[in-house]
Design a protein. Sequence first.
Length: 174
Amino acid sequence: MSEHEPTAVTNLDIYGSEPLPWSRPRDLLPESLTKMETPVFLGTASPDGRPHSAGIGAAWHDGEIYFVSGPGTRKSRNLAANAACTISVRLPGMDLVLEGEAQRVTDPEAIEQLAAHYAAEGWPAEPDGEGGLTAPFSAPSAGPPPWHLYRFTIHTAVGVAGAEPGGATKWTFA
């Protein structure tokens, strides 16, 4: 995502502020997602259309957002039926909602890289040898191990700045 630039920018501000540059949230995401105190929520929809939101521990690796979820959790079952989802995060001075898709990562090399990334950030994750991750602990909302690894692909983002310079902007990505 860090190397992707928006293909369209829409100013949503009603007070005359200029559109926010995409670089503002993009540059905040890597550090913010490594902090446990940063609230991050995944929004999915069940096959019958009921919405579901759950807190997740998201990771930023090589310009992409990743997260884990146990195969039996509601969010994983929802993603298996419909990959469309949202990630909402409170960044310093800005609320950001990302709309896109989450796909399960099964490539052993990618799983190995993300396990190392998580371990370097303080969560002792390891590949389980069967396409997932395991660790001595995780958030209760992740379900029991092993956990599936997901890569989030952004389609649109909306940022609302609560700190100067203010504004509200929608970014669209090809």
